[in-house]
Design a protein around this ligand. Structure first.
Ligand code: HAM
Length: 453
């Protein structure tokens, strides 16, 4: 018996699927999208495309040129650009460990566009260099409404503008015009100035002294996050949302009172330009933003009643230096397309999910099926979209599909029609049918569509 105890039972042979995929149950499981990363389904595409069209129109109106940067960048670009002690870099980066050093999925677009600006010598071209982009960004945040791990941004960046405050105002204006372009009215702008590298360190010192005093008097008066940030990123204590920190925040030295005369003048100019544009704004002395590259103007744009920013940005005059380039004053902003899309849905402001007045081509028999293929090409050449369900052969099933697609007109092509060079045009609403010469069907349908529009 003792000997037997030592003998290991040979494991039963398992299938490849069981060994590698965790067994049959796993194989049958319906796989889902990754948490926090959502699909943009066909019904959502008209809305998505409308946002992208608006983004392009607004960008081009204000003289921005499109740029696309890779989704993957050197990790260093973000640790140096966005900041080692920001939430994005500390907690939210998707880092890829490869043979050639650490890479990261981009959590935002500004650092990458600044990298390209330096790398391709855009500072030697006509200035300011105005660039725009749109695409997915990746942040490992706690998923919740309006907060995704794959998020989509439209961003605009202006480099080499001699820190002219008119551009701060133009960037804000572009974000507001974008919101209006997708039919969101009455957005709210919150704005602040966080000073420059001359005055900010002095303010930071004052703030740290103040909060040290708070901790000394009431050791439990600050949340753990604030205690930790006090050492590495004290300005972020101003935008802490934790209830226990609120009374101390209210008493903290005011940032706007502490910035230098040059920063004050810059900020005043930005506000004057906003007044000139009749863009209402609220000063928010606690707005500091979660990315380290900002100086002077910072702002966020909200829906009237919203608490999550729809767009945000600011000035970042030192970013090019932080990532190894020559100084190039810059300002920019990005809008969150997912959040804006959700809001449009909520407010019922969506463009129609499907084009109106659809045409559906029904075939009966092989000959008609072949002819249908060519007929669709004739429609395509004239810019008319035609739907079909070639995989179905029965007339009834195809008409059912036409119904499901909410087609306005079904074109029915049978064996007889092919021989007679004709086609049946069926009004899907009334069921009324007429026969037309096949050679005339494209102009006829085009005319009908114009009449229906
Ligand atoms: P940000 O505030 O991190 O700034 O993001 C800009 C916008 O992207 C936010 O206002 C929000 O609408 C959207 N957004 C951010 N995170 C998420 C998320 N997890 N889920 C859904 N939407 C999100 C930047 O990224 C800067 N690069 C903006 C900028 C451009 N500053 C200067 N130039």
């Amino acid at each position: 018996m003792a000997e037997k105890r030592g003998v290991k039972k040979k494991p039963a042979r398992q299938s490849f699927a069981r060994q590698n995929l965790g067994g049959r149950r796993r194989v049958r499981e319906i796989l889902q999208n990754v948490r926090g990363m959502h699909d943009i389904l066909p019904d959502d595409q008209p809305q998505w495309e409308k946002m992208l069209r608006t983004a392009r129109d607004v960008s081009e109106t204000y003289g921005f040129r499109k740029i696309e940067t890779p989704i993957v960048e050197q990790l260093d670009l973000f640790t140096r650009g966005v900041g080692e002690h920001t939430d994005i870099v500390e907690k939210e980066m998707y880092i890829l460990k490869t043979g050639g050093g650490a890479l990261a999925l981009r959590p935002e677009g500004t650092a990458a566009v600044a990298r390209a600006y330096i790398q391709y010598g855009m500072d030697r071209m006509a200035q300011p260099m105005k660039l725009w982009y749109a695409g997915p960004m990746f942040r490992h945040e706690q998923p919740q409404a309006g907060r995704y791990r794959q998020l989509h941004q439209w961003g605009i960046e202006i480099f080499g503008s001699d820190d002219d405050p008119i551009y701060d105002a133009q960037v804000i204006l572009a974000m507001v015009r974008f919101a209006e372009g997708v039919r969101l009215r009455n957005v709210r702008i919150e704005i602040n100035s966080i000073g420059c590298r001359v005055c900010r360190p002095l303010y930071r010192k004052k703030l740290v002294e103040y909060y040290r005093g708070v901790i000394h008097k009431t050791p439990k008066g600050l949340c753990e996050d604030c205690k930790r940030r006090l050492a590495v990123n004290p300005l972020r204590l101003l935008d802490c949302k934790n209830e226990i920190c609120q009374p101390h925040k209210e008493q903290a030295p005011a940032l706007l009172n502490s910035i230098c005369a040059a920063c004050k003048a810059h900020f005043r100019n930005v506000l004057e330009y906003l007044d000139e544009l009749k863009l209402p704004y609220t000063l928010n002395q606690f707005l500091v933003r979660g990315l380290d590259y900002y100086n002077r103007t910072v702002f966020e744009v909200f829906a009237e009643e919203g608490t999550l920013a729809l767009a945000a940005g600011g000035r970042y005059d030192y970013l090019t230096e932080m990532i190894g380039g020559k100084p190039a004053p810059a300002v920019g902003a990005a809008a969150g397309l997912d959040r804006i899309g959700e809001l449009l849905k909520e407010k019922n402001l969506l463009p129609p999910a499907r084009p109106k007045n659809k045409i559906f081509l029904v075939h009966v028999g092989d000959l008609a099926k072949k002819r249908s293929l060519v007929l669709i090409e004739e429609f395509r050449a004239e810019g008319v979209r035609v739907n079909e369900s070639f995989g179905k052969n029965s007339l009834g099933a195809q008409l059912q599909s036409a119904d499901k697609e909410q087609a306005s007109i079904a074109l029915i092509l049978g064996q007889k029609e092919v021989f007679e060079e004709s086609i049946i045009i069926r009004d899907m609403q009334t069921g009324a049918q007429e026969t037309a010469p096949l050679s005339q069907v494209v102009p006829l349908i085009k005319k009908k569509l114009q009449e229906m529009a």
